[in-house]
Design a protein around this ligand. Structure first.
Ligand code: FES
Length: 121
């Protein structure tokens, strides 16, 4: 409830390096995950991250939590964050809301994928 009422890192990031975008076709919720990546030649670290979520309370709370989990991590570490990690970090979610944590994990993975695609070009 705290992450829903006081979401961390909420808002659009105008100068993001990549934006992950996911939606849940069943409920119609939509989420954007913005990442800013710092490179030192060897590692790529998520220097900043934010989100915009148009959805339910659980979707907002899981978005907020995943930004806290991913900030400061390498892209490899961040890509391994699962919906289970997100739900556990929130001390669990009601079973009916577990699918909402998919959005956050998938949104982050999509942002990382788009960042990597952009770097290849
Ligand atoms: Fe749609 Fe939660 S009800 S993500």
């Amino acid at each position: 409830m705290d992450h829903f009422r006081n979401p961390r890192n909420m808002g659009e990031m105008k100068d993001a390096d990549a934006v992950g975008e996911v939606g849940n076709p069943v409920c119609g919720d939509l989420m954007y995950i913005y990442i800013k990546v710092k490179e030192d030649g060897i590692t790529e670290i998520i220097d900043d991250i934010s989100f915009q979520t148009f959805g339910c309370a659980a979707a907002i709370a899981t978005s907020s939590m995943i930004t806290e989990l991913a900030k400061g991590k390498t892209l490899e570490e961040a890509a391994k964050i699962t919906r289970g990690n997100v739900a556990d970090s929130l001390d669990g979610l009601p079973p009916i809301k577990l699918h909402c944590s998919n959005l956050a994990a998938d949104g982050l993975k999509d942002a990382i994928k788009k960042y990597r695609e952009k770097k290849k070009i």
